[in-house]
Design a protein around this ligand. Structure first.
Ligand SMILES: Cc1cc2nc3c(=O)[nH]c(=O)nc-3n(C[C@H](O)[C@H](O)[C@H](O)COP(=O)(O)OP(=O)(O)OC[C@H]3O[C@@H](n4cnc5c(N)ncnc54)[C@H](O)[C@@H]3O)c2cc1C
Length: 402
C-alpha cells in the first residue's frame, strides 16, 4: 500500500479522516486545545486534568481505543486509520488522551493474554475511569529486566504475596492499577520464572513516592511493594512465562505507542522553524533549525512507511505488535527520542538563556524532559543493539558468563 504524505491515500481513509475532522470541529473546543509546545508525557496539574476530560469526550464520541477490536470496546480501525486518527487530532490541536499506558500498552496486552475477568477492566481504560502504570523497571534492573528481583509467592489459597521495589514508574503518582512483572520461579535471575500481574495501586502495602525531575515535574515515581496480597486471578498469562506477555507489552511501547508522539513532534518542529525566522538569528543556527525541521519530516514519513509496511504484512491490525515489526517501525522509538532532544537543544541555542526562564515558551522545560525520552522504553544504546541484532542480523551481543 502506498501512503501519501498526508496518509489519506484511499477513499476509505479520506472518508475516515473527514468524519473525524467533522467530529473534531464540533467537540474540540478551545478549553481542550493543547498548548502547541506541551510535554506529551505530563501527569500533573491542570494539563493532566484537561487531557483526562478530553479522553472522556473522545470516549463519548467513540474515538478512544481506535485501534482496538470492536468486541473489546474499540473502533476496530486498521493501523492506517489509527495513524490518520493521530495525525488529524494533532493537526486540529487536540491533546493526547491521558491514559497512554493503558490505551497503548496494557489494553492490547490484556486483549492478547488476559482472562475474561481481566478483559472486563478494558472499558475503564477507554473511559479514563482507571489510570494504569507499568511496573517493570527496578533500581538494579532497567535495560536488563532479567535481573529484576521483585518476588511474588503463591500462597496455599492461591493468592499471591508480592515484595520488592520498582522505579521510574510513569503516571505512578496518579495510577489506579499497575501491570507488574515479578519473579515467581526459583532462579534468582533470568527471563524464565517471571510472571505478569494486575496490581491495585491503592492496596495495602503499596507505597508510591513521586520522583522530582530536573525540570521540576513529578511524572514518575518509586513504588514500594511490601507484602502486597494479590488475588489468585491477578496473574496475566501463564505462571513463570510472563516474559512472553511482557515482550508483547514492550513491543507495543516501541511501535504503536510511538505513533501517538508524531503530533507533538510536528508541533515542536514548526515552532522551532518559527524561532529560526526571528530577527537576529545567526545563519548557521538558522541552518541547524532547518535541518532539524527536515529531520522531523523524515521521522513522519518513516512512521508512515512503518504503517504502510504493517498494513501490507498483517492486514493492518493495530493491536498486534508484530504488525509494526518492520525496520521503519523499529527505528521510530529511537528516532523520536534523539530527534526531540536535538530540536530542544537547537531551540535553546536560538533562545539563549531566555529558553530557561520564559514560561510562555517552555523550551527549557522540554529540553530537560527530552533527556529522559532517550532512556524511557529502552535506552538509545539498547535500541541500537536491538536494531543491529533483529533488523541487520548482526551477531548477538556477548553476555557475561552466569
Ligand atoms: C521518562 C522515563 C519514563 C519511564 N517510564 C517507565 C515506566 O513507566 N515503567 C517502567 O517500568 N520503567 C520506566 N522507565 C525506566 C526505563 O525503562 C529505564 O530507565 C531504562 O530501561 C534504562 O534502565 P536503567 O535506567 O536501569 O539504566 P541501565 O540499564 O542501568 O543503563 C545504564 C546505561 O548503560 C547502558 N547500557 C545498559 N545495557 C547496555 C547494553 N546491553 N549495551 C549498551 N549499553 C547498555 C544504557 O544505555 C545506559 O546508558 C522510564 C524511564 C524514563 C527515563
Amino acid at each position: 500500500m502506498q501512503l501519501r504524505a498526508d496518509l489519506a491515500s484511499t477513499p476509505e481513509l479520506v472518508e475516515f479522516r473527514d468524519e473525524l475532522r467533522a467530529w473534531l470541529d464540533r467537540h474540540l473546543t478551545e478549553e481542550f486545545k493543547a498548548e502547541p509546545l506541551a510535554d506529551p508525557t505530563g501527569s500533573e496539574g491542570e494539563a493532566f486534568e484537561c487531557r483526562r476530560a478530553w479522553q472522556r469526550v473522545l470516549h463519548d464520541g467513540g474515538w478512544v481505543g481506535v485501534h482496538w477490536p470492536e468486541e473489546y470496546g474499540g473502533r476496530g480501525a486498521t493501523l492506517a486509520e489509527y495513524a490518520v486518527f493521530l495525525v488529524t487530532c494533532g493537526e486540529a490541536g487536540a491533546p493526547e488522551p491521558v491514559n497512554q499506558i493503558g490505551l497503548n500498552m496494557v489494553g492490547p496486552t490484556l486483549i492478547g493474554h488476559g482472562t475474561p475477568a481481566q478483559q472486563a477492566l478494558l472499558p475503564e481504560i477507554l473511559s479514563a475511569g482507571t489510570i494504569w502504570c507499568q511496573l517493570f523497571s527496578e533500581p538494579e534492573a532497567g535495560s536488563d529486566l532479567g535481573a529484576l528481583r521483585t518476588r511474588a509467592r503463591r500462597q496455599a489459597d492461591g493468592r499471591w504475596v508480592v515484595s520488592g521495589q520498582k522505579v521510574w514508574t510513569s503516571l505512578g503518582p496518579v495510577a489506579d492499577l499497575g501491570l507488574l512483572l515479578a519473579r515467581t520461579g526459583d532462579a534468582p535471575t533470568g527471563f524464565r520464572g517471571l510472571s505478569c500481574f494486575v496490581v491495585d495501586m491503592h492496596a495495602p502495602g503499596v507505597t508510591v513516592r513521586g520522583l522530582r525531575q530536573m525540570g521540576g515535574q513529578t511524572h514518575f515515581s518509586e513504588v514500594f511493594l511490601d507484602d502486597v496480597v494479590l488475588p489468585a486471578d491477578a496473574l496475566i498469562g501463564p505462571q513463570d512465562d510472563g516474559w512472553s506477555v511482557a515482550t508483547d507489552t514492550l513491543g507495543h511501547e516501541r511501535t504503536t505507542a510511538i505513533l501517538s508522539r508524531h503530533a507533538s513532534t510536528a508541533h515542536a518542529a514548526s515552532a522551532l522553524l518559527g524561532l529560526a525566522g526571528r530577527a537576529g538569528v545567526r545563519p548557521p543556527d538558522r541552518d541547524r533549525a532547518v535541518s532539524d525541521w527536515i529531520a522531523a519530516q523524515l521521522f513522519r514519513l518513516n512512521g508512515y512507511r512503518g504503517v504502510a509496511a504493517a498494513v501490507r504484512s498483517a492486514g493492518g491490525s493495530g493491536v498486534s505488535p508484530d504488525a509494526t515489526a518492520s525496520p521503519a517501525a523499529w527505528t521510530q522509538r529511537m528516532q523520536w527520542g534523539l530527534l526531540n532532544r536535538r530540536l530542544f537543544e537547537t531551540a535553546a541555542l536560538l533562545r539563549g538563556a531566555d529558553a530557561m526562564v520564559d514560561d510562555d515558551e517552555p523550551w527549557g522545560t522540554l529540553l530537560l524532559a527530552s533527556r529522559g525520552w532517550t532512556i524511557g522504553g529502552g535506552t538509545t544504546e539498547v535500541q541500537r543493539n536491538m536494531l543491529g541484532e533483529k533488523i541487520l542480523g548482526l551477531p548477538r551481543e556477548p553476555k557475561p558468563p552466569v
